[in-house]
Design a protein around this ligand. Structure first.
Ligand code: GNR
Ligand code: NI
Length: 174
């Protein structure tokens, strides 16, 4: 397994729409292994392939709190169904929007249809943090970030901060 670099905003790659996976083969499983390792290393609870620069419709998640009882979840070609009209508000963060947090409203529960690690078709009913997280990850597959739901002012302040941070890092490296 390999830890990959996570792309951060502003980066046009994060705005790409990811492509359907035709078959869950060795290559896709290797990608999922790398994604889950990268996500654990970064202390995240979810990661979409595009965040490591791969435009495939693949998501990994683990919302378990206990370090010892890891519960990695893998979603290939996920589709969201039966979104609840009730909304839940969560303070969201994103590994591609480092150190920035904001409240976002999303359907409080939904169903997800997907292929698992072995390419088998599954349906999962989600609520709470799991529902919020899967919807956050589904957005990545469409090139959407949680900051897109904020006011223009809040969003532009965040992007400005991140651009400055990036310039700093570049200067250190150069
Ligand atoms: O680690 C993450 N935490 C989180 C918290 C609230 C709502 C969504 C998330 S997902 C995020 C990891 C990430 O950026 N996934 O794309
Ligand atoms: Ni994210």
């Amino acid at each position: 397994m390999t830890i990959k670099a996570i792309l951060t905003e502003p980066n046009k790659i994060l705005r790409q729409v990811s492509k359907l996976v035709e078959k869950v083969g060795k290559e896709e499983q290797k990608l999922m292994d790398d994604m889950i390792e990268t996500m654990y290393k970064a202390n995240g609870i979810g990661l979409a392939a595009i965040q490591i620069g791969v435009p495939k419709r693949i998501i990994v998640m683990d919302i378990s709190k206990n370090e010892e009882k890891k519960n990695p979840m893998y979603f290939v070609n996920p589709i969201i169904k039966n979104k609840n009209s009730d909304l839940s508000r969560y303070e969201e963060g994103c590994l591609s929007v480092p150190d920035q947090f904001a409240e976002v409203d999303r359907p409080s529960s939904c169903e997800v249809e997907y292929l698992d690690y072995n390419g088998e078709k599954k349906i999962l009913k989600t609520s709470g943090l799991l529902a919020t997280c899967i919807q956050h990850e589904m957005d990545h597959l469409e090139g959407i970030l949680f900051i897109d739901y904020l006011s223009k002012l809040k969003k532009s302040m965040i992007i400005k901060k991140l651009s400055k941070q990036k310039n700093k890092v570049d200067r250190i490296i150069v």
